[in-house]
Write a protein that binds this ligand. Structure first.
Ligand code: SF4
Length: 314
């Protein structure tokens, strides 16, 4: 994950122009990665929003930094479009083309995007400067922007080493922690249903996009069995995913609003029998023990091989 840019001082916060919307003004919106990341192939990332309305209970953006309910802390980078124009103009002039991840740290399509259309505006700018993009979302709203994404897919200039590996300039990926609707309702209360995400992905596939499933975070003892992973991989394949990336859960912090605390409370309420063994799996760490992680990767890789679906984007 790319680091979220810093709001440089309290002066960068201005009075919200629209009631109920927290607007922040930023000095930079395009994060250049030091090195292209090997999972998502990103050279740049953009996060139009801070916080998220989907309120997934395992989400690391809740907690010490953001507060307990991610919905209430949602902030909009109000001058993002103006800044992006300047930054992309300069990068394009220097021929510094690379895949831009939207969004690497939060959701690019929170509920407010329906009204604000900020992500859409940023995509229009990206299309104008012919940069390629990789969208990662849990939302079906991405469908609204298919017109712009088609332009990007057809016209974007890819970096030379990716030119022959990627078919087009737009990759559309969807995140899942489980394909199970009931489980998703508990852990991702405000996000569109897994089935809706799969159907949206299929539409992009049918329009010639490279698509992907990010099965992350896999929930320990809830969505990590061979049967559950197989179900996710088979669904991904059936709904036209070109690849599936799998990763375990990370849990941070021990304050009341931190995601580790919130996750454990959720287990206590819905799956009390899993609480102690989950705590043991994490110990004092923010990730499950290495043996578990290795097994999870091996299991997912073996199932991907069985169903002939790539476990990396290219
Ligand atoms: S959709 Fe992503 S950013 Fe939003 S709450 Fe869920 S995990 Fe966090």
């Amino acid at each position: 994950m790319a680091k979220e840019m810093k709001i440089t001082s309290l002066d960068d916060f201005k009075t919200p122009v629209r009631k109920g919307i927290n607007e922040v003004y930023v000095k930079s919106i395009l994060n250049k990665h030091k090195k292209r990341d090997s999972w998502f192939l990103l050279d740049y990332s953009i996060n139009p929003y801070l916080g998220c309305s989907f309120n997934c209970l395992y989400c690391y953006i809740r907690g010490s930094h953001y507060g307990g309910d991610t919905t209430h802390k949602l902030q909009v980078k109000a001058n993002a479009a103006e800044i992006l124009k300047k930054q992309l103009k300069r990068r394009a002039k220097n021929g510094e083309y690379g895949l831009i991840g939207i969004a690497s740290a939060t959701e690019p399509y929170p509920e407010i995007e329906k009204e604000l259309k900020l992500t859409r505006e940023l995509l229009q700018i990206i299309a104008r400067f012919k940069f390629p993009v990789s969208i990662l979302t849990r939302s079906t709203l991405v469908l609204r922007d298919m017109d712009i994404l088609k332009k990007i897919n057809e016209n974007a200039i890819l970096p030379p080493d990716l030119k022959f590996k990627l078919r087009g300039g737009a990759i559309i990926s969807f995140s899942f922690s489980t394909p199970d609707e009931k489980l998703a309702k508990i852990f991702e209360p405000n996000a569109p249903k897994p089935k809706e995400r799969l159907e949206t992905m299929k539409k992009f596939k049918d329009h010639g996009f490279r698509t992907g499933v990010c099965f992350m975070p896999v929930l320990p003892f809830l969505s990590d069995s061979e049967k559950q992973i197989e179900k996710m991989i088979v669904l991904a394949k059936n709904y036209g995913s070109d690849s599936i990336l799998t990763a375990g859960l990370t849990l941070f912090g021990d304050k009341p609003t931190d995601c580790k605390t919130v996750y454990y409370k959720t287990l206590e309420k819905h799956f009390p029998e899993l609480l102690e063994k989950t705590k043991k799996l994490f110990g004092q760490n923010f990730y499950p023990n290495p043996k578990y992680q290795r097994k999870l990767t091996e299991r997912a890789n073996a199932i991907c091989k069985k169903y002939e679906i790539k476990n990396r984007i290219v």
